[in-house]
Design a protein around this ligand. Structure first.
Ligand code: HEC
Length: 133
């Protein structure tokens, strides 16, 4: 093999390496960097789901309606009603026991991510708004 062909190949690989590194820098600089803004976006989704799936009974402001109790009641603070009790109420419904609104029927059509987003939203609102007596 002549020297000329070898050098030619070498330049070819240098070229490839150069293109690859330029591409890598471009991809790296345009990639989606996770920022702090993604956290509120999640509770934003929870807020939307809450208002379409829960607010008709629990109120758009979480303070309850004629059909269901306030989620800002101290009863629903995390130590008394854990995230799992929220999951259970959503998937299995809840028998009337704390109030006299009747039973809560299961809420259908929500996957695990939806449910997590709703719980995160409720917990966030409980922190921001505080509990009722
Ligand atoms: C059709 C009305 C209705 C809808 C819609 C509804 N709930 Fe309820 N929910 C109730 C009622 C009524 C109770 C009170 C039961 C009781 O007496 O403790 C309740 C109770 C709960 C409880 C407490 C359960 C327990 O173990 O004591 C949680 C948590 C809850 N709801 C979450 C939700 C969430 C989250 C949504 C939306 C995904 C939702 N609910 C939608 C009516 C509703």
């Amino acid at each position: 093999m002549s020297r000329g062909v070898q050098t030619g190949r070498l330049w070819f690989f240098y070229g490839l390496a150069l293109i690859a590194s330029v591409l890598a820098v471009v991809v790296w600089s345009t990639r989606e960097t996770p920022t702090l803004e993604s956290a509120p976006a999640d509770t934003g989704r929870g807020a939307e789901l809450y208002s379409s799936m829960c607010a008709s009974c629990h109120g758009g402001d979480l303070r309850g309606t004629d059909l269901g109790p306030s989620h800002l009641s101290i009863l629903y603070e995390p130590n008394h009603h854990t995230d799992d009790s929220f999951r259970s109420a959503i998937t299995n419904g809840a028998r009337q026991h704390h109030w006299s609104f009747g039973d809560m029927v299961p809420v259908v059509g929500l996957d695990d991510d939806d449910i997590d987003a709703i719980i995160a939203y409720v917990r966030q609102q409980q922190q921001i708004q505080g509990f009722e007596g």
